[in-house]
Design a protein around this ligand. Structure first.
Ligand SMILES: [Zn+2]
Length: 193
């Protein structure tokens, strides 16, 4: 089955190459839609951070942002800060992340979710009833992963499953699903950027 799909994709790519070649050079150029990308920068003074900490933060953010961009479209710029006084890590809806005692891809993805409005936006709280998320998009997305009986739990700050709330929740599949969940939760909150 996979081979057939791959074959079809190849045919489609080949045909679209043909059709684009067939266009006259003077004809209207089709512009691709602007891509919505998530990006990040380090906060001011990053050159004075502990070098080892900076290396770990950059590696974590690079990996986390790559997975977000691979699995979804988010047009936001995040600032990563190193604050040795922060016990683990925290983040706010303005796009600011403080890394302290906990740095890694799973942590970075979790904090990025907070900058996207997960537990940090007023609309978040309105969508929760009796400890459960009520938005249709995120519930539908979860049930696509876990079946028709899956329940999407949420509290004032977090959601689960796939919230990447603890280290044991990491791993490639969970990380990919986390991004899909964040996108669906944002659709439920009607957050664009
Ligand atoms: Zn959190």
């Amino acid at each position: 089955m996979k081979l057939i799909i791959l074959g079809l994709i190849c045919v489609v790519v080949f045909l679209s190459t043909l059709s684009s070649r067939a266009q006259p050079a003077t004809g209207p150029t089709t512009q691709s839609a602007p891509t919505r990308k998530l990006s990040y920068k380090l906060s001011g003074g990053a050159d004075k951070w502990d070098a080892e900490a900076r290396k770990k933060i950059v590696a974590a953010m690079d990996a986390a942002v790559a997975t977000y961009n691979e699995q979804g479209e988010f047009n936001r710029v995040i600032t990563a800060n190193y604050n040795p006084g922060t016990p683990t890590a925290d983040a706010n809806f303005d796009g600011w992340i403080n890394f302290g005692g906990q740095v890694g891809k799973r942590t970075a993805m979790h904090e990025i979710a907070h900058t996207m409005g997960i537990g940090t936006q007023s609309k978040w709280h309105a969508m929760i009833k009796d400890g459960k998320w009520t938005g249709e998009h995120a519930i539908a997305q979860l049930r696509e992963f876990d079946g028709p009986d899956a329940i999407l739990h949420a509290d004032r700050q977090h959601f689960w499953p796939y919230g990447l709330n603890f280290e044991k929740e990491g791993g490639e599949v969970n990380e990919k699903r986390h991004v899909k969940m964040v996108a669906a939760l944002r659709r439920d909150m009607k957050l664009k950027d």
